[in-house]
Design a protein around this ligand. Structure first.
Ligand SMILES: NC(=O)C1=CN([C@@H]2O[C@H](COP(=O)(O)OP(=O)(O)OC[C@H]3O[C@@H](n4cnc5c(N)ncnc54)[C@H](O)[C@@H]3O)[C@@H](O)[C@H]2O)[C@@H](O)CC1
Ligand SMILES: Nc1ncnc2c1ncn2[C@@H]1O[C@H](COP(=O)(O)OP(=O)(O)O)[C@@H](O)[C@H]1O
Ligand SMILES: [Mg+2]
Length: 293
């Protein structure tokens, strides 16, 4: 039986006044591909808007210039590509260097679903000793290649599937997932020793023993890229908070507030994912503990 958590049950520390870039976490986001450079730029920018001290986007070399050109505040690292610009084999030492000193890593948005991408996800899961957020294609690959089985946990893992991705992971239909969100998420989290963020209206966040059902957000967020933003935001928050469940809850809650503020200003129909990035700042202000200047 899982304990129900409310947002008011959680305490989130203020940012220390003498904090520096190192205090607030170094985050890596890994993903993107030709045609899906936007996904990872949204994740990387969201990690910055989540308060991370330093953010690095690791992307196929073929899109590095596009990703770097989108936002000057994060760094980029090129992953090797083949002659077609698709992700090639990534050596272990590239992964080691990428993960070195990181407080959290996110992988998956726009990554693609090749065997070489699966190898990269596996290498990250095996090597990371910081929290790992798995989203989108990392989850599709986890389903196809059973990547969540048999890897000793060196760190905390948070998965952020939408119901379609969760259906692939569990082998259930989307309608079954939609009808049994809490119980399926709780069971999967307990079985796989990780935190599940099952997205959609009333996102469920659970580690199997504690469960939170989110009330923020709206269907204006059902627009391409909204989830990519949650991925980077979650990694940023996990890099600053010790508890995976509580960090994931905070990210989901604030992401939803940004969505509500965006809808209020722009309308549910008119808002797009990148608007959420701009409303994240105001969303943080809405939290009572966040100083207003
Ligand atoms: N700008 C970009 O480059 C973007 C790239 N993206 C990438 O595109 C790839 C494919 O991801 P998608 O998620 O679009 O495609 P998927 O095929 O994984 O999922 C879409 C399907 O999942 C189901 N689904 C999703 N949310 C649901 C809900 N709340 N209730 C019931 N069913 C639901 C629906 O059947 C929907 O058609 C990923 O790599 C992703 O990261 C997307 O993130 C969109 C933006
Ligand atoms: N009706 C809704 N109410 C609240 N939040 C929603 C709604 N529809 C979508 N969202 C949120 O928007 C995000 C969509 O994520 P996802 O499906 O992964 O999008 P993408 O892959 O295009 O970025 C999730 O955080 C989800 O909870
Ligand atoms: Mg997604």
């Amino acid at each position: 039986m899982s304990t129900k958590i409310q947002i008011d049950d959680l305490e989130f520390a203020n940012r220390p006044v003498d904090g520096h870039k190192g205090t607030f976490g170094k985050v890596a986001v890994i993903g993107g591909s030709l045609g899906m450079s936007g996904s990872i730029t949204l994740s990387a920018t969201a990690a910055l808007r989540g308060g991370a001290g330093l953010v690095t986007a690791a992307v196929p070399q073929s899109i590095q210039a596009i990703v770097a050109g989108y936002e000057p505040s994060y760094m980029t690292v090129a992953l090797p590509t083949d002659v077609h610009g698709q992700l090639a084999a990534v050596d272990a030492d590239i992964v080691t260097e990428l993960l070195d000193g990181k407080s959290a890593v996110a992988i998956g948005p726009g990554l693609g679903q090749t065997k070489l991408a699966a190898d990269l996800v596996l290498a990250v899961l095996k090597q990371a000793d910081c929290p790992v957020v798995l989203d989108a294609d990392a989850l599709n690959l986890a389903a196809e290649f059973e990547l969540l089985h048999g890897i000793p946990r060196r760190s905390r893992w948070v998965i952020t599937p939408h119901p379609g991705e969760f259906a692939r992971l569990t082998g259930e239909s989307i309608s079954h997932v939609s009808a049994n969100r809490e119980s399926l998420a709780e069971r999967f989290a307990a079985e796989h020793e990780l935190t599940v963020v099952l997205k959609g209206a009333n996102t469920v966040v659970t580690d199997g023993s504690r469960t939170y059902v989110n009330q923020t957000g709206n269907s204006g967020m059902a627009t391409g890229g909204s989830g990519d933003i949650l991925t980077g935001l979650t990694a940023a928050v996990l890099g600053q908070h010790a508890d995976a469940l509580e960090g994931a809850i905070l990210a989901v809650y604030v992401h939803g507030i940004a969505g509500d503020l965006a809808a209020e200003a722009l309308s549910q129909r008119g808002m797009i994912a990148s608007d959420l990035l701009r409303f994240l700042s105001a969303a943080w202000r809405n939290l009572s503990h966040e100083p207003s200047d």
